[in-house]
Design a protein around this ligand. Structure first.
Ligand code: GMT
Length: 380
């Protein structure tokens, strides 16, 4: 099938999921066209089945805001026609579902009927989409999608609570590709980052306030009082500088490494013992799943869809949002005993296998077939 995927190309969950899905579809013989404003960070254009089309927004001084949705809709129309694309899959409702719907309408005028699948990822519903300034447009474009999916049961429930949704929302969880991870666990050159007696604790995110970055630092501060440990902070975002200052104030800056954005996430996770995710809100927690497939135990909040991924007492522990004392206590319970740590690491890997792409990809393919067959149904 010829599939167009619209996503954000930056570091961040929805873009990563869209890119990995596109690559997996291409490996299964589908022709995949990524349409976005920059080449997605995890996309390597090494397959003849994968294409990337850049959306350009020409600057014009009259515009205070450049009209990205308009440029995206036009690019979608042109690309869909040029490559005879059969299906459109948009990731993150804002503004992708809105632009996708406009392109559908324009194409329908020319007798081309293209089904659109919208995958909801989290902040497009819980944080941004729910804002009154966006809500009517988001509600409209979700309802006008041919199929709507959400990455967790919790996000589905939040969507139905917050918006007046007339469509069925199907839950298709995020996934990982287990074939990328070797079963022979090595120490992955952990000596590059820590001494032999130190535990390595990692946090990876976009450093936005929703991630509760100060909690990460406070949990680590409590841990390192009791056991030798290093904290590795991966990612860039508005909360990063404050976190650096907090580490300085707490006198732990020599134990915390800020690595910035990285394309070597798996290498970093490979030498990590524990992953911290104390988020305020999280529809799924892809970063936790990526940690788990790398055999890393997870200490997290119980926000949103996280409990669907991190299983309490099995792969790690869940605590109420902001309860850094409980998170530190749970972390120390795991880290202080090597046998317990090994068990949690093993469990994390085993639970992560439930989310293998081989289980999730056929669900998407079946859904694409269904949407394609019904493409003449939703002619608005
Ligand atoms: O985590 C972020 O803030 C980025 C955001 C995104 O849309 O790129 O992530 C959301 O989508 C991910 C992939 O589906 C989920 O794993 C994250 O939990 C979700 N983030 C939030 O809900 C805050």
């Amino acid at each position: 099938m010829k599939i167009a995927i619209v996503c954000y190309p930056t570091f961040g969950g929805s873009g990563v999921v869209a890119t990995e899905l596109g690559i997996a579809l291409a490996n299964r013989g589908h022709e995949v066209h990524f349409i976005t404003y920059k080449q997605p960070v995890r996309l390597e254009l090494l397959s003849s089945n994968i294409h990337f089309h850049e959306v350009n927004v020409p600057e014009y001084p009259l515009f205070h805001y450049q009209p990205y949705e308009l440029a995206l809709s036009s690019k979608l129309v042109d690309t869909i026609k040029l490559f005879d694309i059969e299906l459109l899959h948009v990731h993150y409702a804002i503004p992708h579902a809105y632009a996708g719907y406009m392109s559908k309408k324009i194409l329908a005028e020319e007798g081309i009927h293209i089904p659109m699948i919208t995958t909801l990822h989290g902040t497009d519903i819980t944080l941004v989409g729910n804002h009154p300034y966006y809500k009517p447009a988001v509600t409209f474009s979700i309802n006008k999608s041919d199929i709507v999916t959400s990455v967790s049961q919790n996000l589905k429930e939040r969507t139905l609570e917050l918006f007046d949704i007339k469509k069925e929302v199907e839950v298709i969880p995020n996934f990982i590709d287990k074939s990328k991870y070797s079963l022979n666990f090595t120490d992955c050159q952990r000596s590059l980052m820590a001494n032999e007696d130190e535990k390595i604790i990692t946090h990876i995110s976009n450093f936005r306030s929703v991630k509760r970055i100060p909690d990460v630092v406070h949990i680590f501060h409590k841990i390192q009082k009791e056991i030798p440990a290093k904290l590795i902070m991966v990612g860039e975002g508005p909360e990063k500088e404050k976190a650096e200052h907090l580490c300085d104030q707490l006198g732990i800056k020599d134990r915390v490494v800020f690595l910035g954005n990285s394309n070597e996430i798996d290498r970093i996770l490979c030498f990590s013992d524990m992953f911290l995710l104390p988020s305020e809100s999280e529809s799924f927690g892809l970063a936790a799943l990526e940690a788990m497939i790398n055999r890393v135990a997870v200490i997290s909040s119980n926000a949103g869809g996280i409990p669907e991924v991190n299983r309490h007492g099995v792969t790690g522990f869940l605590s109420d949002i902001g309860d850094v004392d409980d998170m530190a206590k749970n972390a120390l319970y795991i880290l202080k005993d090597d046998a317990i740590l090994e068990q949690f690491k093993k469990n994390a890997f085993e639970v992560a296998l439930e989310f293998d792409i081989l289980k999730v990809l056929p669900i998407y393919e079946a859904m694409y077939e269904k949407a394609y067959k019904g493409r003449f149904r939703n002619v608005y």
